[in-house]
Design a protein around this ligand. Structure first.
Ligand code: NAP
Length: 282
């Protein structure tokens, strides 16, 4: 029987660090971090994420301002708001809530975010730096995966890591971060042959495919550490890509959904805003 990796516990430690950073600055009457979040239209999921980001930020003493634009506006209006925030010295981090409504040119708009304030690591410059091994901000979900693995105090160097999924937002950056940590990384996707055998040979298996309960006990061995990034809505519940009840019986360690990767992601976004503030001052 495997053990559960508790994302909330790991998040708590990161939150304590953020809180003491902010409290210390308040005491010294120094600037505190401020995040601006842009929401275009009224997508329910985006509103939910923005409100939960605001809640966590406020609980840590970090300022969070919402910039909301109606769906009837156009690319130029969104870009103009981004430019205003780029030039605002009081704002350290800009979050653009994605996806934008379909009529907007998302790629063109993302390019306008200043890389110095790109705490969500969306721009070409941020991603390029990540792939050069010199990231300015660590992308939050991939960083959550690596932070959870590091919390186990295991040596990642030379470990055989299999990443299932190759999206630009999760699979590829997770693989790159783990490569930067000197793991031996294999990336799998929907065209991979002998997927089960490849997964079964992993020391660490990171799953990000968006297919609820896809991974069962036949994809792991007794020593596998399994990190489940998936968050799909399944039978009215948020469900991971891993069939938790079956896999926990066999693997070594496993993240639950919810309470695993996702429990840490927003906290790491806020941590990035603190890093941005530090960097701007020195
Ligand atoms: P995505 O863009 O849809 O990418 C899915 C990837 O999985 C693709 O590379 C796809 O392969 C691969 N794939 C799909 N079915 C497969 C199969 N049967 N066998 C092997 N590979 C398969 O999804 P995403 O944005 O990366 O998100 C993945 C999951 O993570 C989703 O559930 C999402 O909600 C969740 N997520 C969680 C967080 C968090 O903080 N917890 C954040 C972001 C995303 P191809 O490239 O060949 O099509």
């Amino acid at each position: 029987m495997g053990q559960i990796i508790n994302g909330k516990e790991v998040a708590l430690k990161v939150k304590e660090d953020i809180k003491s950073f902010v409290d210390d600055r308040k005491e010294k009457k120094l600037k505190i971090p401020k995040i601006a979040s842009i929401l275009v239209g009224n997508d329910g999921g985006s509103i939910y994420y923005m409100n939960s980001q605001e809640k966590v930020a406020n609980s840590l003493g970090v300022e969070f301002v919402k910039v909301t634009l109606p769906e009837v506006c156009d690319d130029i209006d969104v870009i103009s708001e981004i430019h205003k925030l780029n030039e605002d010295d009081g704002v350290q981090g800009i979050i653009l809530q994605l996806p934008l409504p379909v009529k907007f040119n998302e790629k063109k708009i993302i390019r306008e975010i200043s890389p110095n304030k790109d705490i969500d690591c969306l721009t070409f410059e941020s991603q390029g730096k990540l792939y050069m091994g010199e990231p300015k901000f660590l992308p939050c979900t991939p960083n959550s995966v690596v932070t959870l693995i590091k919390s186990l105090n295991i040596d990642i160097v030379g470990k055989n890591v299999v990443v299932l999924g190759r999206s630009n937002i999760v699979g590829k950056p997770v693989a790159q971060l783990l490569l930067n940590e000197n793991a031996t990384v294999t990336i799998c996707h929907s065209k991979t042959k002998n997927l089960k055998e490849v997964c079964k040979g992993a020391d660490i298996l990171v799953v990000a495919i968006g297919k609820p309960k896809f991974i069962d006990e036949s994809y792991v061995n007794e020593n596998t550490i399994v990190i489940d990034v998936g968050t799909s809505s399944f039978e009215g519940k948020i469900t991971g890509d891993v069939d938790f009840d079956k896999v926990i019986e066999k693997c070594k360690l496993l993240t639950p959904v919810p309470g695993g990767v996702g429990a840490l992601t927003t906290t790491l976004l806020i941590k990035n805003a603190c890093e941005a503030l530090k960097e701007n001052e020195y």
